[in-house]
Design a protein around this ligand. Structure first.
Ligand code: ZN
Length: 190
């Protein structure tokens, strides 16, 4: 496994419309891509990643919301000589290949979204609160599942990447320009 470079705005490759994984492409190369995507996502750290974010224009998503693990001991953390504890999290890796949304709900939820390709920028985005997704797993087997909450939001955010759309594209032009300006300033300061 390897950590791959995450493309960031304004890299034009992020606007690519990704291609489906074909029947004869459920192979070792796909397994390596998915393993690398998880490693890259956990390292960043983030909760979702689309293949195009590591420069591969294929309809492949990985998601792990890394929920709190009530059965595990809290983790002690050390930052700049200051110690604090936070609940332990567990891994819940999810893979969605060639995902299609079948019935987005009319109810909307709003989440303060961020994106590994738009670092340090967060903004509220409205999306259908629940949706049913049809997708294939690493063996090419088809599944259908109803999603809600953060998982529904995260899946829709990642599926946007497959169409070359970023979460900031859902904002008003003014808010998007402000976000990109802020990112530019942060980069200059770094
Ligand atoms: Zn994203």
């Amino acid at each position: 496994m390897a950590i791959r470079e995450i493309l960031e705005v304004p890299d034009p490759r992020l606007k690519t419309v990704s291609e489906p994984v074909e029947d004869n492409e459920f192979d070792d190369e796909l397994r390596t891509l998915v393993a690398d995507m998880f490693e890259t996502m956990y390292d960043a750290p983030g909760i979702g990643l689309a293949a195009i974010q590591v420069g591969v224009p294929k309809r492949v998503l990985v998601i792990d919301l890394q929920p709190e693990d009530p059965d595990a001991e809290p983790v002690e953390c050390d930052h700049d000589g200051h110690t604090h504890t936070h609940p332990a999290t567990k891994k819940e890796p999810r893979i969605f290949i060639n995902p299609v949304i079948l019935d987005p709900a009319e109810d909307v939820s709003t989440y303060n979204e961020g994106c590994l390709s738009v670092p340090e920028i967060y903004a509220d985005v409205d999306r259908p609160a629940t949706c049913t997704v049809r997708y294939r797993d690493l063996d090419g087997k088809e599944h259908e599942e109803q999603l809600e909450g953060l998982l529904a939001t995260c899946l829709q955010h990642e599926m946007d990447h497959l169409e070359g759309i970023l979460f900031i594209d859902h904002l008003s032009r003014l808010k998007r320009q402000m976000a990109l300006k802020k990112l530019k300033k942060l980069r200059q300061a770094a």
